[in-house]
Structures are given as structure tokens and as C-alpha cells.
Design a protein around this ligand. Structure first.
Ligand SMILES: NC(=O)c1ccc[n+]([C@@H]2O[C@H](COP(=O)([O-])OP(=O)(O)OC[C@H]3O[C@@H](n4cnc5c(N)ncnc54)[C@H](OP(=O)(O)O)[C@@H]3O)[C@@H](O)[C@H]2O)c1
Length: 250
């Protein structure tokens, strides 16, 4: 029996980066996957890769810049296999800008995707999880939700907000056997990080602050997420697990 055999996992932002790695790894340990993002070709390719592993996989194209689209996506996801046991809130955006130059549209978009759509889609999935008798929700926060990061005012505000949202939901939904936890990765080499850390000097400075001495790869995040989605974590809720090579230990 594989760790997540018989479970259905909905993963947002599954088209690339960390979300894609989580989707593939969850399929490896037995989960069927519903993948969502905006880029249809990438989602199609991911689902084919998962089906080759012998698991079921379907995708939904949805733009989380719209709360209504996020909610419609959640409703659709529940219809695909008739349930969602695991929700991984992974989709997120970062537009590094100095605080004095942060624009209102980038601020709003960051909050919309990283917090507002996330919350309202989670609300829909949680109601179904309550009827099912439980579930696991894993929020992908960031080390930038635990410590301040220059040029990341909106991003840090959303990722720290996500940590307290995780705790509130854990408190409210514990009685329904819904575990809500967060992980807080350091810089993970994905399309997002390649853009955000294009400046070599900034990259070198950030690297010096990671005691383990390297940036992460998407695969570094998947183990913790699978653990939190599994029955081994049934008594863990409201927790935030840094995956940061020691960055926030200092
Ligand atoms: N990489 C890092 O250094 C790092 C560190 C800590 C935490 N994180 C967090 O980890 C998560 C994944 O990051 P990543 O580095 O893998 O990012 P990424 O490579 O940029 O991937 C982001 C994912 O989110 C989706 N997405 C973006 N905008 C969207 C929208 N408007 N509607 C629907 N989906 C959207 C993207 O899909 P489409 O473009 O196809 O829509 C993609 O699948 C994010 O929450 C991020 O904040 C990343």
C-alpha cells in the first residue's frame, strides 16, 4: 500500500516549478491528481506524465487573479473524482520591487493570488472535506513569511499572512479532522526564483545566509508536503515547517 493510495490531491500552480514536482511526487506515492494553473500545454504534459505512472490525472485551467474563477475551479475539482482529500495551495506570485516603488496593481495582484483566491477556494474544498470526514491542506508559504526580505513588501506580507491563516484554519477545522499546515521554503530554483534572483550579487549574498550552503530544488520541498499530506501527520496541524537550509535558524 503506497502512502497516499486512494487519495485525490488538488494542486494549484501545478504547471511548473514546485507545484509540478509535488504533483509528480504525490502520484509516485499513489495519489490521483487534479492539477490547476493557467498554462494548458504544461498541465496537459503533466497529466500525461502522471498517467504514465499509472495514476489518474485531470487538469483545470483557471486564473487565480479572479476570485470567481478560483471558486469555480474548486467546485469543478470536487466534481472530477467526487472528492478532494488533499489540497496543496501552491500557486503564488512574486514581483520584487523596493517598498518605495511598489505599485498598487502589483500589490493587489500579489494579495489576490497569494491570499484572497487561495482563501476562497480553500473554503469550498474545506466544506467538502467536512462532509467527507476530513482532509489535509498544505499551504506553500516561504521563508519570506518568517523573516523580512528586501524588495519583497507585498510578497512577505502575503506569505506571513498565509502562516497565520494556516493557524486560524487549523484551530477552526481541527474538529472536522482537517489538518492545515504550511511549509516555508528558502530560494528554490524554479522559473519564479530565476526571475526574482537574476541579479548575481543578490543571489550570492542570499546564498551566504543559507547554512547548508545551497539553494533548493523543487524536489527538496516535496518530502515535507507528502509527509504532511499523509496519515503520519494526523496529529500535526497549524505547524509551519521551514525548508530553508537553516536560513531562518539565525
Ligand atoms: N521558488 C522559490 O524560491 C520559492 C520559495 C519559497 C516559496 N515559494 C512559493 O512556492 C510556490 C510555487 O513557486 P514556484 O517557485 O514554483 O513558482 P513558479 O515556478 O513561478 O510557478 C508558479 C505556479 O503558479 C501558477 N500561477 C501563477 N500565477 C497564476 C494565476 N494568476 N492563476 C493561476 N495560477 C497561477 C503558475 O502557473 P501558470 O503560469 O501556468 O498560471 C505556476 O504553476 C509559490 O507560492 C511561491 O511563493 C517559492
Amino acid at each position: 500500500m503506497k502512502l497516499l493510495e486512494g487519495k485525490v490531491a488538488l494542486i494549484t500552480g501545478a504547471s511548473k516549478g514546485i507545484g509540478r514536482a509535488i504533483a509528480l511526487a504525490m502520484a509516485d506515492v499513489g495519489a490521483d491528481v487534479i492539477a490547476t494553473a493557467r498554462t494548458e500545454e504544461e498541465l496537459q504534459e503533466l497529466c500525461e506524465d502522471i498517467r504514465r505512472k499509472g495514476r489518474k490525472a485531470e487538469y483545470i485551467v483557471a486564473d487565480l487573479r479572479s476570485t470567481e474563477e478560483a471558486k469555480a475551479m474548486a467546485r469543478k475539482a470536487l466534481q472530477i473524482f467526487g472528492r478532494v482529500d488533499i489540497l496543496v495551495n501552491n500557486a503564488g506570485v512574486s514581483y520584487p520591487q523596493p517598498a518605495l516603488e511598489t505599485t498598487e496593481d502589483r500589490w493587489d495582484e500579489t494579495f489576490q493570488i497569494n491570499l484572497k483566491s487561495l482563501f476562497f477556494l480553500t473554503q469550498i474544498i474545506a466544506k467538502a472535506m467536512i462532509e467527507q470526514g476530513g482532509g489535509k491542506i498544505i499551504n506553500i508559504s516561504s521563508q519570506a513569511g518568517l523573516v523580512g526580505l528586501e524588495d519583497h513588501a507585498a510578497y512577505c506580507a502575503t506569505k506571513s499572512g498565509l502562516i497565520l491563516l494556516t493557524k486560524v484554519l487549523a484551530i477552526e477545522w481541527g474538529k472536522y479532522k482537517i489538518n492545515v499546515n504550511a511549509v516555508a521554503p528558502t530560494i528554490i530554483m524554479t522559473p519564479m526564483a530565476e526571475k526574482a534572483w537574476a541579479d548575481v550579487k543578490k543571489r550570492e549574498e542570499a546564498l551566504k545566509k543559507i547554512p547548508i550552503g545551497r539553494f533548493g530544488q523543487p524536489e527538496d520541498v516535496v518530502g515535507a508536503v507528502i509527509f504532511l499530506a499523509s496519515s503520519y501527520a494526523d496529529l500535526i496541524t497549524g505547524a509551519v515547517l521551514p525548508i530553508d537550509g537553516g536560513y531562518t535558524a539565525q
